[in-house]
Design a protein around this ligand. Sequence first.
Ligand code: NAD
Length: 466
Amino acid sequence: MSEPASTFPQTDVELIPDTVARLRASFDAGRTRPLEWRREQLERLIALLGDHGSEIVEALQADLKKPELEAWGADIGAVRSEARAALKKLKRWTRPERVGGMPFLGRSSIVREPLGVVLIISPWNYPVQLLFCPLVGALAAGNAAVLKPSEVTPHTSAVLARHVPDYLDTEAVALIEGAVDETTALLAERFDHIFYTGNGSVGRVVMEAAAKNLTPVTLELGGKTPCIVDDDVDVEITARRIAWGKFMNAGQTCIAPDYVLVHEDREEELVAALDRTIHDFYGDDPKATPDYARIVNGRHHQRVARLIKDGDVVAGGQTDETQNYIAPTLLRNVSPDSDAMREEIFGPVLPILKVKDIAEAIRFVGEREKPLALYIFSNDERVQQDVLDRTSSGGVCVNGTILHLANSKLPFGGVGPAGMGAYHGRHSFETFSHRKSVLRRKLKRDPKFMYPPYGSFKTRMAKRFS
Ligand code: NAD
């Protein structure tokens, strides 16, 4: 495990203005527009991840002890499948979209044009996926891009920094390593779009910097994702699906269930089933299994470990700061006013709260900030619909967790404090494109009706048809 708080790799901030200027010159010269260029970059991104997959997995393990399957699936695999889908659909996405309306004026269409030079800032929990999935959209849409990986996962940052210039066009894609100073220097530059994933405090910093140049932003933020459990569920399946979503990557997933609101009649059963599931997944000692990750660093370890005291520990609770280890932990009797119920947990600690009925769960969610995701477990379709109708969240998975993110036909993004904008699949392409309205007229016949002098007849007609 690494703890290099001050030894993360950094790019010289002095180089940043020239780097951005070089990318802008390439964009302005039209380098990134041809579909062949976009295709080649996407293919080379796929090749980078194929050729250096094992090295990247090792870096993810050095940073997070990320289980090998999770590293291949949720980081490398997620990007490769996004890139493959973009390659397949590129022609269709980029085709001008004919639209009807007012044919007497001419032919109307929407043309997707690249935005320019975009900045992608990513966090540490899925450091490959969250850097490169937005990049797939940026490249597919024909932009130049600056990538800023998180310094919190320095091994992964270093491996990506080493290989990106060997695979991607250095005249149009640059990777800047570093932390606050480097990101601040980047944010002083003018970009045509900023795509930021991370916490809301820095989201505000990004938006403020963007406002100076009226640069549009996509903010992929976090929040407390509730998991509502009705009284009619199959408790074993429910527990398995909740535990899988909660404890993968040791709870450091933006859409991990943050807390459970369970019908009071099933609380005891659910807690027991979750406890059994943790044993099934990770054995008697989760510290010993390669299938369980670590907290990313000492600061986050302290932050999450502190939350355990906010409830009665019914499973787990063990911590080891020498390894940044926190056991999969279930908490009961947690006060809604405690830190564990006010802060985003972002770790393997799961408070389980009882509710009298689903209406109480809906009220509980409604009294708090809109979450990034929401999970409802129920066999009753009316209950499912009621929750869908009466709550607001970035996305919902009914009777499951996390998986709504896996379908790239669904836009992935937050609402309210959980973020703005969305991506994945075609939605990424749209995020990094401008939808330009084009009306094509013929330079032939030119009725004079709309031109001055208007006179009373034309005015009467305008009045009549308005
Ligand atoms: P982090 O600490 O890696 O920060 C994210 C990025 O912001 C990094 O690249 C970092 O260098 C930069 N940064 C940090 N401080 C800065 C500052 N003062 N000025 C400019 N840039 C700065 O990651 P994090 O914020 O701890 O990430 C965890 C959060 O991200 C959680 O809240 C989680 O829910 C959220 N998240 C959201 C999504 C999503 O898709 N919506 C995905 C993953 C994580």
